[in-house]
Design a protein around this ligand. Structure first.
Ligand code: DGJ
Length: 734
């Protein structure tokens, strides 16, 4: 008999269990061994708050039940409480752990995971969402095998590189079938997500703060709480897991005024003019924005101190009056005068050495006295573990936010951590710097969102460097990536959708050639991809052609009509650019279409309305059988299925003429035969009515209208990266 052969709930270091532990505690005598034994349990309705950490919440006690299991280590006197909250919405359990030192001596926590889960076998595929700046959230998969599979961050934030969300799936699982589990951490700092398969082929999952560089002193009488982790289970594939998480995040993570409110369509100035802004330029841009139907104008970086580029002024949060003669108030009044709301960009956690703030408080940054400092984007990180630094951020930002009529704030954070050290902490507490920073950040976010409940806050960290459930507890949306290229964005957004709702990921239409990839994609595709996120624009409308602005106007009007479905509906992934590898089939895009199409559907809560999108990567000659399969429709409801006429001839790609080719159902196709049995065709091609089950299972044959075959002069003009939107409007019986 050995602990190694049992499933353990919260394993300790140094017992006869030789797998990686959930906890390791260093005692004053040097021992790291603890032994927690059961004391008692309670079950209570609802969900308790965590001290200083963001967490899930309930509005009514009936929405969840919380089990607390109390254990004690008699040697050290440490009491451990394991919390399990079961949400009535099926498939979600959250977990956290609280340590209280009821002993007489101080100890150091070296490892304190949020969850540990022992699974009986290893028959899983591990999925992680990895990348780098501008190519966030790419799916990487591999079969679990004996040994350790782990991703994490020691960069101080949850990172571009490895998101604190992983999935385990049975090898046969697909979007719509099979067992899938998701694990997410409500935390924005260093994390570790790990699966260990032992030599008996059982699997242990641990999720929590990364033990690397973590060492928390716990004196007698004090408590420490590990962040909350979320476990999602689905018996019917990825879509079910994602939908459960989306719903859960919208109901139990995102909160406040904007939780259920439709998000405004914004224009952000960054890719239009970068740092080179002035009131005159911004107003010109805002006028154009108003013309096309945009609702919120956002001034990005470059408006404060002496900021001409990224080398100065972070920390000096006063408007540059050479650029903005009337300050923030003057500009905001004029923007409001145009009939737009006004928003701004800030980066409160940082300071440039070239700034008044750094001169006044050189000791407020995270750096090691007497040692060279690694710079990142010419800026240093303020030590948010210090109360006076938090107070400074809260007060300086409150001053900015109340100095004008500001409806939106983009809160940026543009570098990762290095040289962890706080001059405010003694040597034995330097292992606390990273976590204290995160706690300080949460205090600032909590105070400011409480003081300014009407402001729509958007998180950002050089794109998706801090995209996690911790941030989403305060800010309802986060900028998904600095990559605005529609092809890359389609994949990035799809991969975010595994663990996060569409409304949490902001996505913008930008100019072409794209500033990150230099790729040209159709304006229509850029619109369609962005409208499956919190939607906006990020381009210089003053430079755009009249036809492009006409097209944008029409796209924005359309988006407004379908905004509720897109932002609050249930999202389904269909075929994916990733399919080729996921199915293990490989295949060449140009030879057999594997991985050449992306298929999305978003269905309103009551199932009566839906928007679909089919996008292709590359034009493949002679592809006659492209079919869009909607999902999630009500089988017995009759829908009006249509796409729209694209009226504009935009000569972006030489000969590209985006004239309509409406849904075209070939007379000889199976779909046509099925449809004609059940459906009254309204005209040969334009649009038609069909029952939900016919649409879902028969599919809608959209070729050659959707993809180019080269045989037909109308369809030859559908270029690489083309996409189409499809609308389904159900007839509701009175
Ligand atoms: C990084 C962000 O991701 C961009 O959108 C932009 O706001 C810049 N920072 C501004 O410096």
């Amino acid at each position: 008999f050995s602990l190694e052969h049992l499933k353990l709930e919260y394993p300790v270091y140094g017992s006869s269990d030789y797998r990686y532990p959930a906890v390791e505690i260093l005692q004053e005598n040097g021992s790291r061994i603890s032994d927690f034994t059961y004391v008692s349990y309670t079950i209570a309705a609802g969900k308790p708050k965590l001290q200083g950490l963001p967490a899930t919440y309930t509005e009514k006690d009936e929405e969840a039940q919380t089990l607390c299991v109390k254990l004690k280590d008699e040697v050290t006197g440490i009491v451990l409480e394991l919390l399990y909250t079961i949400f009535t919405q099926r498939g979600i359990i959250t977990r956290s752990a609280r340590f209280t030192n009821e002993g007489t001596s101080s100890v150091h926590l070296l490892n304190a995971m949020s969850l540990s889960l022992d699974l009986p076998d290893k028959d899983y595929v591990w999925m992680q969402f990895s990348g780098a700046w501008s190519r966030e959230r790419h799916v990487k998969e591999r079969r679990l095998e004996q040994g350790i599979q782990s991703v994490g961050s020691i960069r101080g934030n949850s990172s571009h590189e490895h998101n604190p969300f992983i999935v385990l799936r049975r090898p046969s699982a697909t979007e719509n079938a099979g067992e899938v589990m998701g694990f997410s951490l409500i935390y924005s700092g260093n994390h570790r997500m790990q699966a260990e398969v032992d030599t008996h082929d059982t699997t242990r999952i641990t999720v929590g703060i990364n033990p690397q560089n973590f060492c928390w002193q716990l004196p007698a009488g004090e408590s420490f709480e590990a962040p909350e982790a979320v476990m999602a289970y689905a018996e019917n594939g990825f879509n079910q897991m994602s939908q459960r998480l989306h719903h859960f995040i919208r109901e139990h993570i995102i909160r406040g005024t904007w939780q259920k409110k439709e998000r405004p369509i914004l224009l952000n100035s960054w890719e239009a003019s970068y740092f080179d802004i002035s009131e005159k330029k911004l107003l010109k841009l805002a006028k154009e924005a108003k013309e096309v139907g945009i609702e919120l104008f956002v001034m990005d970086d470059g408006w404060f101190g002496e900021r001409m580029d990224d080398s100065s002024s972070l920390g000096d949060w006063e408007a540059n009056t050479k650029k903005l003669p009337g300050g923030l108030k003057g500009l905001s009044d004029k923007i409001h005068g145009l009939g737009l709301q006004f928003g701004i960009w800030v980066e409160p956690e940082m300071v440039n050495v070239k700034s008044k703030l750094y001169v006044a408080h050189p000791d407020w940054t995270i750096e090691i006295p007497g040692q060279p400092h690694s710079e990142g984007r010419n800026q240093r990180i303020l030590d948010l573990g210090r109360r006076e630094v938090q107070d400074y951020i809260i007060e300086s930002m409150s001053k900015v936010f109340s100095s004008a009529d500001i409806s939106y704030v983009k809160w940026d954070m543009n570098r990762t951590f290095s040289d962890y050290y706080s001059t405010a902490l003694p040597p034995e507490r330097q292992g606390e710097v990273a976590h204290r920073y995160v706690l300080g950040l949460y205090r600032c976010m909590r105070e400011l969102t409480e003081r300014f409940p009407e402001i729509l806050f958007e998180g950002c960290a050089a794109g998706g460097n801090r995209f996690d459930l911790g941030i989403l507890c305060y800010f309802p949306q986060i900028w998904g990536s600095d990559d605005t290229d529609a092809l890359c964005r389609a994949e990035i957004e799809e991969n975010y959708s595994y663990g996060y709702p569409l409304s949490a990921v902001s996505a913008h239409v930008s100019a072409c050639p794209n500033h990150q990839t230099l790729r040209n994609t159709p304006l229509e595709t850029r619109f369609q991809v962005a409208c499956f996120g919190s939607f906006g624009y990020e381009c210089n409308l003053c430079d755009m052609k009249k036809e492009e602005k006409e097209a944008m106007k029409e796209q924005i009007a359309l988006y407004k009509k379908w905004r509720k479905v897109l932002q609050q509906g249930t999202f389904y992934r269909g075929r994916s650019f990733y399919d080729g590898t996921q199915s293990g089939m490989g295949g060449s895009v140009l030879a057999d279409e594997a991985g050449n199409q992306m298929e999305w559907t978003c269905v309103s809560e009551d199932g009566t309305k839906a928007v679909g999108m089919l996008m292709q990567k590359l034009v493949v000659p002679n592809t006659q059988q492209q079919t869009y399969y909607p999902k999630g429709l009500l089988p017995d409801v009759r829908y009006h299925f249509y796409n729209r006429k694209l009226k504009y001839n935009i000569k972006e790609f030489g000969d590209l003429v985006n004239t309509v080719s409406p849904v075209h159902i070939r007379q000889d196709s199976l779909t046509h035969q099925v449809l004609s049995k059940f459906v009254k065709m309204d005209g040969e091609t334009e649009d038609f009515h069909a029952y939900g089950d016919t649409l879902m299972y028969g599919g809608v044959h959209v070729s050659p209208a959707f993809g180019g075959t080269g045989y037909n002069d109308k369809v030859r003009h559908y270029p690489d990266f083309a996409s189409r939107l499809y609308f389904m409007d159900g007839e509701v019986k009175k």
